[in-house]
Every structure is written in C-alpha cells, then in structure tokens.
Design a protein around this ligand. Structure first.
Ligand code: COA
Length: 374
C-alpha cells in the first residue's frame, strides 16, 4: 500500500459578483411585478402575493454577504431570474470543462507537476452539464493528460467522496495520481424567484491533486484516512433538469426541476449526523477531537458550521480553527470545503492534523483526515 498526499489545490472563482443588496433589489422588483400582474387573482385569494426578501434576513439566516456567478445579468433581470449561457457548438469546450481546466492548472502548478503526471481525473459535482461524454474525459483531453476520467455525483459531498475514490486507487497502486475536480454552476439549479432559497448558492470550481506521497515535491498533506456515509432523505432534492434553456412544451413552471429543500429539517438532521460522523472517524483512527488543528467544513450555513464545530470540539471553536468562506462565495456545493482548505491551510505546521468534511443531499457526509508534512 502506498501513502497518499494532497500536494496541490486550485480554485477558479468567477469574476462576476452579486451582493445581497443587488440580489434583493432584483428579487423585490420581480415580486412587485408578479403581484401587479396577478393583482386580481391575489385579491380573489386564488394566488398568494409574493413577499419581499431582505439583505438583513439573508445575512442573519446564513452568514452570506455575496456570491460569485457565471452570469450576473440573467440572474438579476427581474424578467429572467436565471443565468444566461450562450449555446455552444459541440466542438467548443463545455462551460464546466473550461472552469475545470483553470482550477486543474492551478492545482498542478502548486504540486510542481504537469499533465503528464496525471493518471486519473474525477469530475465530482452536484450537477453535470450533460450526461455524456463525461466532463472528466473532456478535461483530460483539454489538459493533455493520459490515463482515464469519469464523472460522479454525491451532491454536496462529491469532493470528499471523489477524494476517497482517488485515494483508494492511489493506495492500492492502480494509479499514481488523480485530479478530483468540482465545477459547480449552482446558479443553474437555483430558483432565483423563490424567496426561501434565492440567496443560498454561488458558482465556483475547485481541483485537488492527489498523488503517491513518495512522489510529492514539497510541503503537502498526507491523507491519513477517509470515511464516507449516506442515509436517504428527500429533504434536499432536484428531480430533473439542469442548465435548462427553455421549458419543455406544455410546462409553465420548472420549480420541480430545480433545487428544493426543507431547510429547517436539513439543519436539525444533518448537524448531529455530521458531528457523529467526524467523531467516529477520529475515534476509528485512535484520535480525539482535541488533536484537530483545523476543520474545513462544507459551506452551506455559518450557524450550521458553528453548531458542528461546537459539537465536535465540545467548545466554541477559536478564531481560524474552522474557517468559513461562505460569506464571500455562498454555498458552492461540493466545492465549498475545498475552497476553505485551499485558502486556509498554508499556516499549519508539520504533523498538524486537519479534517475536510462535506455533507449534503442524500443525505451524504464525507470526511478526509489529513496531516501536514513539511
Ligand atoms: N427574506 C426575508 N424573510 C425571509 C426570507 C427572505 N429571503 N426567506 C424566508 N423568510 C422568512 C420566512 O417567511 C419566515 O417567516 P415566518 O417566521 O414569519 O414564517 C422566516 O423568515 C424564517 O424562515 P425559515 O425558512 O424558517 O428560515 P431559517 O432560519 O430556517 O433559514 C435557511 C433558512 C435555508 C438559511 C436554513 O434553514 C438553512 O440553512 N438550513 C440548512 C440548509 C442546508 O444546509 N442545505 C444544504 C443545501 S446543499
């Protein structure tokens, strides 16, 4: 068995940003327009009037102040409220592959490696732009890497499940290395006209390069172990459809085809599941929570992370122990914990232990216990 190391990470951050105030202005304009157009039905009590959203609520309920998106104009147009993506020819790179290429190039640069060193690419995300050919194979082609690639989906836990799959292949020797890539165009599955959730998501792409530890060139994180779990729940669900450009004939509403959740139930059920999962993972390694120098948690909700941190550590986490990035990125699905890891891991010292943990629909939870080397 070989030791596995994370030797590089890369983050592609879309340039366009939507602040809470911009989002709320667009939503409220849409709500006013809806109420005006449906005035008679609302007065007859047949249709519910849309209430205004508020920046204060969004920040208090989630900790989010802004989000990066691939198309700001479409999302903020009260007549559209959906990202607009130019239809690409089949011989052009897909949007996800382009995002992935940027993140992968950065991860390889940090590792001091090139495409020739890549044996496997896993594109692990909540939504894939198309069923096939796999986005991973397209990324492989754009990078000029050998080996093989495949796509996988475990919703918000896709990154850590992908890292476990890659680690296991490296450990047993079937590959020397893998790029686990998480392009998340969450703006494409979000209903921007739903006041309860319109503020939740943002777009990003992360990449993690894993390789045999004996091939690592510089400081890195040894993957000590990984642990994944799932337990079926309907409380976060997307029934069908992604990056839909028009509604199928006969349909006037696509809400059933987008992200839906019972947010309160999710909060209540996922916090204990995740805290127990982390403690069980540590205990199976003969480690205690007090040995953890850092936790890079899934980035859905600040209050949720505060709860999990307190449950795992048995105290209020200190500044920097459990860094959040959701204030700048919002929920970026499987990419969130990797952004946090990428941006907040440099200052750990040799032998410091850390844990990457993502969780979400399924329910699913995946944790990666890592140790700083060098
Ligand atoms: N602006 C103003 N008020 C709003 C609002 C908005 N955009 N959205 C909801 N409200 C109101 C509601 O109408 C409700 O009012 P009421 O108490 O008069 O009925 C009140 O605010 C509370 O709404 P609720 O939806 O219960 O808020 P919450 O405190 O549960 O926060 C979430 C909502 C979604 C942020 C929170 O439940 C959450 O983060 N859950 C976990 C989600 C998660 O991790 N999902 C994983 C996704 S991958």
């Amino acid at each position: 068995m070989y030791k596995v190391a994370i030797t590089g990470t890369g983050v592609f951050t879309p340039e366009q940003v939507i602040t809470n105030d911009e989002l709320v202005t667009a939503f409220n304009a849409y709500a006013d327009k809806f109420n005006f157009e449906n005035n008679d039905a609302i007065e007859r009590g047949e249709v519910a009037a849309k209430e205004h959203s508020s920046s204060e609520f969004i920040f208090a309920a989630s900790g989010i102040t802004q989000r990066h998106v691939m198309d700001k104009a479409g999302v903020l147009d009260p007549n559209v409220m959906y990202p607009h993506f130019r239809k690409r020819n089949d011989d052009e790179p897909s949007i996800m592959a382009e995002m992935a290429l940027d993140a992968c190039t950065k991860a390889l640069k940090q590792s001091g490696k090139t495409a020739n060193d890549v044996d496997c690419i896993i594109v692990a995300a909540s939504n894939h732009e198309r069923p096939y050919p796999a986005i991973a194979v397209e990324v492989q082609g754009l990078l000029g890497a050998g080996g093989f690639g495949f796509d996988m989906n475990v919703a918000c836990s896709s990154a850590t499940f992908g890292i476990q799959a890659a680690s296991d292949m490296i450990r047993t020797g079937s590959i020397r290395s893998a790029l686990v890539v998480n392009p998340e165009i969450c703006s494409g599955h979000l209903e921007w006209r739903d006041r309860d959730c319109h503020f939740i998501f943002g777009d990003v792409c992360t990449a993690t390069f894993l390789e045999r530890a004996d091939n690592a060139k510089g400081p890195h994180f040894e993957v000590i172990s990984t642990k994944c779990a799932t337990q079926f729940s309907n409380n976060i669900r997307n029934n069908n459809g992604f990056l839909r450009r028009s509604l199928p004939a006969g349909l006037t509403d696509q809400r059933d085809m987008q992200f839906m959740q019972e947010g309160r139930k999710v909060f209540k059920q996922v916090v204990p599941m995740v805290s127990k999962h982390i403690l069980d993972h540590l205990s199976s390694e003969g480690r205690g929570a007090s040995e953890l120098k850092r936790m890079w948690l899934h980035q859905a909700n600040k209050a949720m992370n505060d709860f999990i941190g307190r449950k795992v550590l048995g105290r209020v986490p200190e500044e920097g122990e459990q860094p959040n990035i959701l204030q700048d990125y919002a929920n970026t699905s499987s990419a969130g914990s990797i952004i946090a890891f990428s941006q907040h891991s440099d200052n750990l010292k040799t032998d410091d232990l850390g844990l990457i943990c993502s969780f979400g629909a399924g329910y699913s939870v995946g944790s990666i216990l890592v140790k700083r080397v060098g």
